[in-house]
Design a protein around this ligand. Structure first.
Ligand code: MLT
Ligand code: MN
Ligand code: ZN
Length: 306
């Protein structure tokens, strides 16, 4: 099993088109040492290196496919190594890339929960619009941990965990979050038995998530914000991390405290990093605090073989 990080930034990407925060202006000007990053997505392959499952369809998908030669094996006039799609939520940064994938020669096998399916047929009816192009062949995944398999990733066992987060602002369910709005994925390699937990949106670490974090070999988890009031502090938004379903890294009960409690052998990687987050600056004290703890920051093109 191999995971390929296609996009390691949160919604907006890094730098964000209209943002002049210290990170965004600094990376544009070359005065902050940081890598630009595209919006949130990973790809997963099993035994067949020419067959991949796309997990989340980022608005940056076109550039992501161009940047990763493994995803274009060029076996015919039209080709792709992407064979199926899994969505962990219905957010814009995880779904609008589906429009770019409309030229597919066949309907996309697409795995998502009932809650995500309803947001993408009602709140933001992407699936309805796609039915005029290649269409999606929706496969239901259960939010409650029922294991499943995807032919395109032979040799990988998949399982979801419901996670506390928020459905998107356009969701009819925004005011009443429910299991299935957001899921984490646990992926296990049949042969090696090694596993990864992927949770780009994690508002809270409950017992189920904590058990799973302790059981896997690698956690690839929510790295959106360093502090709860980060966007307020930078003056770019009135939204707080916890209000929009993301657990900040620093402070009491923050992600770092949880990661510190994991075994030293667990690989710890932050992903879905917002452009305002100081950890993007490779020379920042916040980044140094991660390095000291053995925590990595995902970057576009990163490969993970747990
Ligand atoms: C989120 O996960 O909260 C998103 O990145 C928000 C967005 O895409 O606008
Ligand atoms: Mn997001
Ligand atoms: Zn910014």
């Amino acid at each position: 099993m191999k995971l390929l990080v296609l996009g390691s930034a949160a919604g907006g990407g890094f730098p964000q088109w209209n943002c002049n925060c210290r990170n965004c202006s600094g990376v544009r000007a070359g005065t902050v040492r940081a890598r630009p990053r595209t919006q949130s997505s990973i790809a997963v392959s099993g035994r067949d290196p020419q067959s991949w499952v796309l997990v989340n369809a980022s608005p940056d998908i076109r550039a992501q496919l161009e940047a990763n030669a493994a995803l274009q094996p060029a076996r015919g006039a039209r080709d792709t190594a992407l064979k199926a799609i899994v969505l962990v939520d219905a957010q814009i940064d995880h779904t609008t890339g589906l429009f770019t994938l409309r030229e597919s020669g066949r309907a996309w096998p697409l795995y998502c929960t009932d809650r995500v399916n309803s947001d993408l047929t009602e709140g933001n009816p992407i699936f309805n619009v796609l039915s005029f192009y290649c269409g999606v062949e929706r496969r239901r995944i259960d939010a409650g941990g029922e294991p499943f398999r995807i032919d395109a990733a032979d040799g990988v066992a998949w399982r979801t965990l419901p996670v506390a987060s928020k459905p998107p602002p356009f969701s009819p369910g925004r005011a009443a979050p429910a299991p299935g709005d957001n899921v984490a994925l646990v992926l296990t390699d049949d042969t090696s038995g090694r596993s990864v937990l992927y949770a780009p949106g994690l508002g809270e670490i409950d017992d189920t998530v904590w058990q799973a974090m302790q059981a896997v070999d690698c956690v690839l988890v929510d790295g959106t914000f360093w502090t709860d009031d980060e966007m307020v502090g930078v003056g770019v938004s009135s939204k707080r991390a916890r209000d929009i379903g993301h657990l900040p890294q620093s402070g009491p009960g923050g992600m770092l405290e949880w990661l510190d409690r994991l075994p030293a052998s667990t690989r710890k990687v932050l992903i879905h990093v917002n452009n305002t987050n100081p950890i993007l600056d490779e020379d920042s004290p916040e980044r140094a605090a991660l390095t000291e703890r053995g925590i990595e920051v995902a970057f576009d093109g990163m490969e993970i073989v747990p």
